[in-house]
Design a protein around this ligand. Structure first.
Ligand code: CA
Length: 454
């Protein structure tokens, strides 16, 4: 018997959740955050029909740990997922620890069907780390951190035969556990699958994680989308714009399908990026935020963030208190009757009472970030943010309400605020563990130092 049956609630009453996550999309690259050169009318409609969160954060400024945070609703630094995993199909420990539960695992006893379409990046060891070993009922996508977009480039059939991250980019996609012959431009392919998922699961509660790898590199777009940007100069930004436009088309088709089935009132739909844009690599923009992907500055981990839920959330609201990607899972879990293990409480909170104005305070006392390998930290508390740029450095303090670009250090002027935020940071840091696996970067550093010795 499912939990929802035990509490006398029909599973038909339970809400759905769709999370659309882009990969390496810049803060400024959606219309709802002021983008002018890339029209994103469908993505913008989520903000127009719901809530735009101007201070939406992810748990980490690069892909893997950010996703580990989202999928567990817990800070990934609590369980050692603090580096981008290497692509190791035969290493069960290279990825999300089995000690942690995913949102899909939490929702399952309540009667949910969960699907992930797109990028996983939480471990490539199929027997233990595959999404369907981690609570998902369906998977269509790739296990590694990125993928080529053109079907004709996919030359490795079995994902286990890819020896490293670059090779994983050219392996066939998996449908469940089966490799699938290449079909079409990847973003369109994922959009097709997402529409089909809603068709197939419309009669029971579902959680769909549409995890586009766009607009992460390689920069690849088809003429259909490139032709929309003939006014832009040739270069990274043009291809990037075309890739974002392809995502926007997919979002439009998915929203239309949800409407067609009359599921808008039953479905919370969120849109966000997994980290800030790496501007020099893919032509993205995080303006007016400082920094890029992988930074502890706002541009690293403050992302485009919007949520709609027809009749449950106000339309057109701009919400300025900090919210987190960790809140999305926590919100649907709170509405599902699912149980959370007592020894692993969620860091995310149910956002609905805050977004509806029933609770007037900030949803979080603070938003935290640690980058273990670089000894960097950031803590946002109210409108202030303390930054430790490297080990032993004096803490910097910024007031984001007047200085969103983090240019004016107020650390000397406001010592009592520095002390307060430092106290929060140190107390949070005590709850964390060291990283549990060697990431892509360390491997690269080791290789570089070896080749220098030779
Ligand atoms: Ca990313």
């Amino acid at each position: 018997m499912t939990l929802s049956a035990l509490v006398g609630k029909s599973t038909n009453d339970l809400p759905n959740m769709i999370v659309i996550m882009c990969d390496d999309l810049g803060y400024a690259d959606v219309g709802f955050n002021g983008c002018k050169d890339i029209p994103t009318p469908n993505i913008d409609s989520i903000a127009q029909n719901g809530v735009k969160c101007t201070s939406g954060y992810v748990a980490y400024p690069v892909c893997g740990p950010s996703r580990a945070g989202f999928i567990t609703s817990r800070y990934p630094q609590r369980f050692g997922f603090e580096r981008n995993p290497q692509y190791k199909p035969f290493d069960p420990d290279m990825g999300l620890t089995r000690e942690e539960k995913t949102i899909a695992e939490l929702l399952k006893p309540a009667g949910y069907q969960s699907g992930i379409i797109g990028k996983w990046h939480l471990g490539a060891h199929i027997p233990t780390s595959h999404p369907m070993k981690r609570g998902f009922d369906e998977f269509y996508g790739h296990l590694g951190g990125g993928h080529t977009y053109f079907p004709e480039k996919l030359t490795i059939q079995r994902s286990q035969d890819a020896k490293d991250e670059p090779q994983s980019y050219i392996s066939w996609l998996l449908k469940g556990y089966e490799p699938v012959p290449p079909r079409k431009y990847l973003t369109d392919d994922f959009s097709d699958e997402a529409v089909s998922f809603v068709d197939r699961n419309r009669d029971w509660p579902f959680f769909l994680f549409l995890s586009y790898n766009a607009p992460h590199g390689p920069l690849e777009a088809t003429p259909k989308y490139l032709n929309r940007f003939s006014h832009l100069p040739e270069g990274k930004r043009k291809t990037y714009a075309a890739m974002v436009s392809a995502v926007d088309d997919g979002v439009g088709r998915l929203l239309k399908k949800v409407r067609e089935h009359g599921l808008e009132e039953k479905t919370m739909i969120a849109f966000l990026s997994d980290n800030g844009g790496p501007s020099s690599k893919n032509g993205s923009s995080n303006a007016p935020l400082r920094g890029n992907k992988s930074d502890i500055w706002e541009g690293g981990f403050r992302v485009p963030f919007a949520i709609q839920w027809k009749d449950r959330l106000p339309a057109g609201l701009v919400f300025e208190y900090p919210v987190s990607a960790l809140d999305l899972g926590a919100t649907i879990v709170a509405h599902s009757g699912a149980e959370v293990p007592k020894n692993k409480p969620l860091d995310g909170v149910n956002l609905i009472p805050y977004l509806k104005g029933q609770k007037k305070t900030s949803p979080h006392e603070a938003i935290y970030l640690r980058k273990f390998d670089q000894n960097r930290f950031a803590v946002r508390h109210g409108n202030e943010k303390v930054v430790i740029p490297w080990k032993g450095a004096d803490p910097l303090l910024f007031d984001l309400s007047t200085d969103i670009s983090e240019t004016n250090n107020l650390g000397v002027e406001r010592p009592e605020r520095v002390r307060k935020l430092e106290k929060l940071r140190k107390s949070w840091n005590k709850e964390l563990i060291d990283p549990t696996f060697e990431g892509l970067m360390l491997r690269k550093l080791r290789k570089d130092s070896k080749s220098k010795k030779r």
